[in-house]
Design a protein around this ligand. Structure first.
Ligand code: HEC
Length: 144
């Protein structure tokens, strides 16, 4: 049951590779300096999250329409939480290895499991990637 979500996520990622390449190319063309750290929150977000959540975080990524669960707007987390960005909770939601009862996990992959495989069980690296993603999300928050 739980495996299927990660497998589905892997499939989404594989299908999204041409898009990811396109996004990286266009990002590289626009930004200075042209090369970005692949482990920066911004690049991790574009690689792993934008397919569902959208490059701008508003929930309109190319894969969003293929999901049964609505993809939340990640730019309004602070607004929805009365002005407080819940960094620790968001880290736990993204990680997914210790599920939060308040968050259903329709089709949100458990990134802690995926990153753990990618980082060859280096927990420090997994935590660093998640922290970079949380910081990036915090920077995306809209004021109103
Ligand atoms: C396969 C599509 C998909 C991908 C890829 C994905 N998400 Fe999600 N995400 C969702 C869905 C759907 C939800 C809504 C919760 C659920 O699944 O029920 C969600 C929920 C969330 C939430 C909770 C938002 C809130 O308002 O409480 C956060 C934070 C989040 N995702 C971050 C990320 C990050 C960071 C990444 C990349 C590492 C990512 N997501 C990749 C589909 C996705």
């Amino acid at each position: 049951m739980e495996m299927r979500t990660e497998d589905a996520a892997m499939k989404v990622l594989l299908n999204a590779i041409p898009l990811i390449v396109m996004l990286s190319v266009s990002a590289a063309a626009q930004d200075k300096p042209p090369r970005d750290d692949p482990n920066s929150g911004r690049m991790l977000y574009r690689t792993y999250c934008a397919t569902c959540h959208g490059v701008d975080g508003r929930g309109n990524g190319p894969a969003a329409g293929t999901l049964l669960t609505p993809v939340p707007d990640l730019t309004t987390i602070t607004l929805r939480r009365a002005g407080e960005f819940p960094a620790g909770e968001m880290a736990q939601v993204i990680d997914g290895r210790q599920p939060l009862p308040a968050h259903m996990r329709g089709e949100m992959p458990r990134w802690g499991v995926i990153l753990d495989r990618m980082e060859l069980k280096n927990e420090r690296a997994v935590k660093d990637r998640i922290a970079a993603l949380v910081a990036y999300l915090e920077a995306l928050q809209r004021k109103q």
